[in-house]
Design a protein around this ligand. Structure first.
Ligand code: ADP
Ligand code: MG
Length: 677
């Protein structure tokens, strides 16, 4: 970065503001170019005052009718009012604490104001509108105003200054193959960058966005295709021996119809001579674990090792507990490999894995460390796949020659999207719950219900049940610990005779395990936890889950949490606090109360939150997208995917397209090295 490129070179941006821009990831003018507006204010259409509707954001072109009058309401609050008019009517402008800003507005001069109209009749007002002077005889400016996502201390004006400079810097060379740009009638990269920041009208925004979305998806598809190519082998292991039916005999229960069907699909895959690549989607509690076991069983019958990777230690331990006995009964040795084990324990475990003394290895991401070497890894299961990145999956995969891969997810994603994200992945859907479950009854409540909920907790405990309390969502860390502990203490006060345990992600694995074990055995009555209990843990006697600040969770996540109860024969309940936090939250929670179907909830979640949020940063493990929206831009995604495939077929390492190649590497910076090897 040269002095000249730094945003500190922009007039009006001192060290303080510079630091704030850094916080947004903007160091250079180039970075600023790529910081696209969050939204636009459409000031291209001037609306006559008489036609303003309540709540509408609009631009008006008016003459100032009265000098601004400032009134001090109380300490720290000044209100400035003035009246403006156009040919159709008059309107008040109201500003808070803006005496100096409004001082320039003189009677008789013309301005364009942009803001939200409120009230009606003589009291109609615009609050804190943005203003722009219109010189005598000039036409009012009609523009699209970009709105940037800010951080405290920065204003849109600051962005305006920086962008004005940033757009003077060349916008980067064209790197999208010409033929592709022509086929989809895309504007050039440089044009798109210019238009996205300074669009003359709404159409220009669409044009710019289309190009930027396409290029982003195209880069994504090129990278994904490369990653996949590296994984896809022509030949797979052949598992002729054994059948799911043999395995079902080892279990204390009958498989559900959906489990039996998925197991047959898996069985079929491992006999085709091609590597299996299958996604199992099933609601929480639908019994996906036994499907992992089926695959491990088939691998073992054919002399291969298998690995199950779980996102948390608690979950890995639980898988171990539920599978160890089953496998032991047919002489298949299992082992657990966790990051928290001592170096000595790990070394012993790894030695056994390398020597082929264990057939099934269950663990966390400890499994993908470099020094874990399998003798003959034939099958890989990734549980709760959305918790892992593409790269992590690939790394486990590479420990085998061409192992069969099963990924399991309780977060349903639309099938079309799954196909694109995971390529040639086959999908099994487990859409049936094991028998004997009573659906969880869910209630959304407000703070005024707290006393009654506490009484309800006690009632459930008195009846012999157990309770989870999920703490407000804060970043895992010191704060989360504090929040869990404070919560536990408060609860202890109102339930002095009950045993309350605390579970938190920052606790040592051994401590976590101990708390979980005590809860599972009924030694703890109420488990106050952060979201570490979100996935997979199974305590059938737990019949009530209370979720604090439910408004801060996504619907799908709430559904996952709720899946921790309703696993036994007791009627179970889920109570979500937060219903008093606005109409939108109430609406969202209503969906949760109305259905126990995870797929339906995922659909509602997508519709309400928008997919950008749903497929949040860490969910899919893919690079973060700036403009494209994986779910909304599906058709563009398909085109980008086809184009990427075609180009890579001709030129697999993009030798003829160095600029494109560099872009792909930038996007997949986590594994830029491997991607074009
Ligand atoms: P998930 O799909 O959420 O991973 P699990 O595999 O953890 O679900 O299964 C949840 C519970 O249901 C476990 O206690 C498991 O033993 C039990 N289970 C699974 N399949 C069946 C079945 N067919 N009949 C009865 N119980 C089952
Ligand atoms: Mg599970």
């Amino acid at each position: 970065m040269t002095e000249k490129d730094s945003i500190s070179a922009v007039k009006g941006i001192g060290p303080k503001k510079q630091a704030l821009f850094y916080k947004l990831g903007i160091h250079t003018l180039r970075d600023a170019q790529e910081y696209y507006p969050r939204d636009y204010e459409d000031r291209t259409r001037i609306v006559p005052i008489a036609q303003l509707t309540e709540g509408q954001r609009a631009a008006i072109c008016v003459v100032i009718g009265t000098e601004p009058v400032t009134r001090r309401v109380r300490k720290g609050l000044e209100i400035t009012r003035l009246k403006v008019f156009d040919a159709s009517g008059a309107l008040w402008l109201t500003y808070y604490n803006n005496r100096y800003g409004t001082a320039v507005l003189h009677v008789g001069s013309t301005y364009v104001f942009y803001g939200k109209a409120q009230g009606s009749g003589a009291q109609r007002t615009m609050m804190n509108p943005a203003s722009e002077f219109v010189p005598k005889g000039a036409q009012p400016p009609r523009r699209m105003y970009p709105v940037y996502a800010l951080t405290a201390g920065l204003t849109q004006k600051d962005f305006g200054r920086v962008m004005a400079e940033a757009l003077k810097v060349p916008h980067g060379e064209e790197w999208l193959p010409e033929a592709i740009a022509a086929r989809y009638q895309l504007v050039s990269h440089a044009q798109a960058v210019h238009l996205i920041h300074q669009p003359p009208d709404a159409r220009a925004v669409i044009q710019a966005r289309r190009r930027l979305i396409f290029e982003e998806l195209f880069l994504l598809c090129c990278g994904l295709a490369r990653l996949k190519d590296r994984r896809t082998a022509v030949e797979g292991l052949y598992f002729p021996k054994g059948a799911p039916e043999d395995f079902w005999k080892l279990l204390p229960f009958q498989p559900t119809g959906a489990q039996a069907r998925a197991a047959r699909e898996i069985w079929h895959d491992v006999q085709t001579g091609r590597p299996m690549n299958r996604l199992v989607q099933g609601d929480v509690g639908s019994g996906k674990t036994v499907l992992a076991a089926v695959l491990c069983y088939l691998a073992a019958q054919n002399g291969c090792q298998s690995a199950i990777m779980a996102p948390t230690e608690i979950l890995a331990v639980q898988h171990m507990k539920s599978l160890e006995g089953v496998f032991a009964s047919v002489g298949i040795p299992c082992a657990l490999l966790l990051g928290s084990m001592t170096a000595k324990q790990k070394a012993a475990c790894k030695a056994k894995i390398a020597a082929g003394e264990v057939q099934v290895v269950i663990g966390t991401h400890a499994l993908i460390q470099k020094d874990v070497v399998f003798q003959n890894l034939g099958a890989v299961v990734v549980d709760e796949q959305h918790r892992f990145g593409v790269a992590q999956r690939a790394m486990l995969h590479e420990k085998g020659l061409t192992p069969h891969v099963l990924v399991m997810s309780a977060t349903p994603i639309p099938r079309t999207l799954a196909l694109i994200l995971y390529g040639d992945l086959d999908v099994s859907v487990v859409d049936e719950l094991p028998p004997g479950r009573t659906p969880v009854e869910t209630f959304a409540v407000g703070e005024h219900m707290r006393r009654r909920i506490e009484a309800f907790i006690e009632k459930q405990l008195a009846a012999g049940g157990q309770v989870y309390v999920v703490c407000p969502l804060v970043e895992e860390g010191e704060l989360a610990l504090k929040s869990a502990e404070e919560h536990g203490a408060t609860l202890q006060k109102c339930l002095p005779h009950r045993k309350i345990g605390i579970l938190h992600g920052k606790m040592k694995a051994a401590d976590k395990d101990e708390v979980m074990r005590r809860f599972a055995q009924g030694e703890i009555d109420v488990l106050v936890a952060t979201t570490v209990i979100e996935v997979g843990v199974n305590v059938p006697n737990a019949c009530l889950m209370v979720i604090e600040d439910a408004d801060r969770f996504g619907l799908s996540q709430l559904h996952q949490l709720r899946g921790r109860v309703g696993r036994g024969t007791r009627q179970s309940y889920c109570i979500c606090f937060g219903a008093d936090k606005g109409a939108q939250t109430k609406e969202r929670l209503k969906v949760l109360c109305g259905t126990n179907d995870g797929f339906e909830i995922a659909r509602a979640d997508l519709a309400q939150r928008g997919p950008g949020d749903f497929f949040g940063k860490r969910q899919h493990g893919l690079p973060v997208l700036r403009v494209a929206d994986l779910a909304a831009d599906l058709s563009l995604m398909q085109q980008a995917k086809d184009e990427a495939a075609q180009l890579l077929a001709q030129d697999p390492v993009l030798a003829g397209y160095p600029a494109l190649r560099e872009r792909v590497q930038q996007m997949f910076s986590d594994h830029a090295q491997e991607i074009f090897n």
